[in-house]
Design a protein around this ligand. Structure first.
Ligand SMILES: [Zn+2]
Length: 230
């Protein structure tokens, strides 16, 4: 019986590496799969991991119907046993529903990999639908670590060196986009996310004469609490 499985985690937890490993394991057993991704850091039509591995993939555009795409392959005589879907947080809710249909009606396994929440700690639409529909949700065991050494559970957005909690939901990192400056992401534990304490801010505070290094946590409270409306 085919399954829709959602492998979730933060950035830096090795999702893309596992996606490539999953493809390798299944193809080594003689199964045939299709690999999809969207806005991979290495560009279009490629699935890459931070460890340096990469391979070709089909790019999921906003208007791609994943059900149609798989039916098209099958009709053309191509065997499809499984799909590996990376960066699934960026897929639309409708595309996740198409994946569920592929599982149920074509008996094709779907292994989706994605970040659950965005830089505001709100669910991405694709991840939300996956959490709702998946047969299994597996939280990845390779834990990303905050600069303080705690388990990182959030992805902070840093623009021109400063952490932000407002803005477009999707801005790909390591890019300079128009007025918004250089966008980077940093994984943080919840405590340091709430205090907007990135590694850089922590270092600056440690160098400041008014702040004792061991008081970092209590000295870094943001001016006001973070609310849903931000
Ligand atoms: Zn921390």
């Amino acid at each position: 019986m085919a399954e829709l499985v959602f492998f979730s985690g933060t950035m830096d937890c090795g999702k893309s590496t596992l996606a490539l490993q999953m493809d390798h394991n299944h193809s080594a057993r003689g199964r045939v799969g299709l690999i999809f991704t969207k806005m991979d850091r290495a560009g279009s039509n490629v699935l890459s991991s931070r460890l340096g591995l990469s391979r070709g993939a089909l790019e999921v555009s906003d208007d791609l119907d994943l059900w149609e795409a798989v039916v098209h392959c099958a009709t053309a005589g191509r065997r499809v046993d499984y799909l590996v879907c990376d960066e699934a947080q960026f897929y639309s809710a409708a595309q996740v529903e198409q994946l569920a249909r592929v599982v149920d009606e074509m008996d094709v396994d779907v292994f989706a990999f994605g970040i659950t929440a965005d830089f505001r700690t709100e669910l991405f639409p694709g991840s939300k639908r996956l959490l709702e529909l998946a047969d299994r949700v597996q939280v990845l065991q390779v834990e990303a670590l905050c600069w303080c050494g705690r388990r990182a559970t959030t992805n902070a957005r840093v623009v021109d060196g400063a952490m932000v909690v407002e803005g477009e939901q999707v801005v790909v990192g390591d890019t300079k986009s128009g007025q918004s400056g250089v966008v980077e992401y940093e994984v943080l534990c919840r405590r340091h996310y709430m205090r907007r304490m990135t590694a850089h801010a922590a270092r600056s505070a440690a160098l400041s004469p008014e702040v004792l290094p061991f008081d970092l946590d209590v000295c870094a409270l943001p001016p006001r609490p973070i609310t849903q409306s931000e």
